[in-house]
Write a protein that binds this ligand. Structure first.
Ligand SMILES: C[S@@+](CC[C@H](N)C(=O)[O-])C[C@H]1O[C@@H](n2cnc3c(N)ncnc32)[C@H](O)[C@@H]1O
Length: 409
């Protein structure tokens, strides 16, 4: 059977199976299509843009099973460039925030995550686009990672601006309450009641206030409890990855199960991961192929729709065999025509799917994907015979996605 590259740019899961949508695109190109379909439908938008650091950021990729075991990566791929171009970033943010506001439901919330370089401009942009009365919080996310400065105080926090779209917004502080045990209360008297429950208490203006350790407390706007250590198992190798718990707090306070959460610069896919883990749907956009690579490794079992540009596709080898009466067994055996020095065989394969083309869209029927936890991948996929052209999606360790259609199936 002959395989040739297919000009397919969209993968759609069969009805009801999709948990989200990823678009590999500059956000400015993605927004018109998103607005057309999702205007007024998104409950929460989170954006963690580049910070104008003047640096490039990489992603470490485990390619061989030993690297999975050791937690290191053998390949370093460029994730994205972050030029120190404040004017360019301000323009990009203006367009992105304007589009994000259109996507939001009237009761939705938007979170913009920046650091000291952009926080002033970001606040002004948000005030201009959302209205200054709609600023609800300037959240300080403080962390301990990174070195210590000697010529000024170490910069150990980011700022997350939280804006509502309208006065009728949804916000559930109870959903993100934290155990009181972790909250410091040095100024209070400690005690234990008759039932053995420890508490802290304080007398103020003639009244006694008692707070039990086992009662949850609502977080304030300074978040110091959401760190991610250097060797944290949740690390994907994507340099500017944020902690899952940070996104969970944002998603849980602003959405309910089934709602749509949108991240327009999704990076390693933390927002999508947190959304799926909590029964929300996601829309994720990023222009870096490594963002799609990371999302697929992060959510190997999660079926989502994807929009990807047509890329220069390497030749692949795959075999087809009839299996029983009604199935087709597709076996992937490797890439062909790899450039000198590159891995051949299946090392470059990160995941793949076999399915059909329906109205110019790829609909997978079976898929296999390596994950951050495991290098395992199945090289044979069984799909049912149906009266439609067979198609294979291949995604490699550089974040490329290519589609191949099979003639004569
Ligand atoms: C700071 S990272 C996001 C990290 C993410 N929050 C995480 O937890 O992994 C910023 C992301 O913005 C993306 N980006 C920058 N400019 C973009 C643009 N114009 N359109 C889409 N994505 C863009 C970069 O590729 C990068 O992945």
């Amino acid at each position: 059977m002959l395989l040739h590259t297919a000009n397919i740019t969209r993968e759609t899961q069969p009805k009801g199976e999709s948990r989200g949508l990823f678009m590999l695109s500059d956000v400015r190109d993605a927004l018109p299509a998103l607005i057309k379909k999702y205007a007024g439908s998104v409950q929460c938008v989170y954006i963690d843009p580049p910070f104008a650091t003047g640096r490039s950021f990489d992603m470490r990729v485990a390619v061989h099973p030993e690297e999975w075991k050791s937690g290191t990566g053998s390949l370093t791929a460029r994730a994205y460039d972050d030029p120190a171009d404040i004017a360019g970033l301000t323009k990009l943010l203006r367009e992105t925030i304007t589009g994000a506001r259109e996507l939001l439901r009237d009761d939705g919330l938007m979170f913009l995550h920046v650091d000291w370089r952009m926080s002033g401009r970001a606040r002004m942009l948000m005030d201009e686009i959302f209205g200054e009365d709609n600023l609800l919080n300037e959240i300080i996310w403080a962390y301990q990672t990174g070195g210590r400065a000697t010529h000024y105080f170490s910069r150990k926090h980011d700022t997350i601006f939280m804006y509502r779209k309208t006065k009728d917004y949804y916000f559930d502080a109870q959903a993100v309450s934290v155990p009181r045990e972790g909250v410091r209360a040095n100024h209070m008297k400690r005690g234990t009641d008759a039932d053995g429950r420890p508490y802290s208490e304080i007398r103020s203006a003639g009244r006694l206030y008692r707070y039990y350790d086992d009662e949850p407390v609502l977080p304030g706007d300074v978040w110091t409890d959401l760190n991610m250590q250097q060797k944290d198992p949740q690390r994907t190798g994507f340099e500017t990855q944020k902690p899952l718990k940070l996104l969970e707090r944002i998603i849980l306070c602003s959405t309910q199960p089934g709602d749509i959460v949108c991240d327009l610069m999704s990076g390693s896919g933390t927002t999508a991961d947190a959304a799926c883990a909590n029964g929300r749907q996601f829309i994720a956009v990023d222009m870096s192929p490594m963002a799609l690579f990371s999302l697929r490794r992060r959510l190997p079992e999660t079926l989502f729709d994807a929009v990807t540009p047509v890329c220069a596709a390497p030749d692949i080898e795959a075999h087809f065999a009839q299996e029983g009466l009604g199935d087709l067994l597709v076996t992937f055996s490797g890439f062909r025509g790899v450039t000198e020095g590159e891995e051949a065989g299946t090392d470059r394969l990160d995941g793949w799917a076999a399915g059909y083309i329906s109205n110019g869209v790829f609909v997978p029927a079976a898929q296999s994907q390596r994950s951050f936890r495991s290098p395992d991948i199945s090289l044979s996929l069984k799909i049912p015979f149906i009266d439609a052209p067979v198609c294979i999606r291949v995604n490699d360790i550089y974040g490329n996605t290519a589609f191949y259609s099979a003639e004569g199936t």
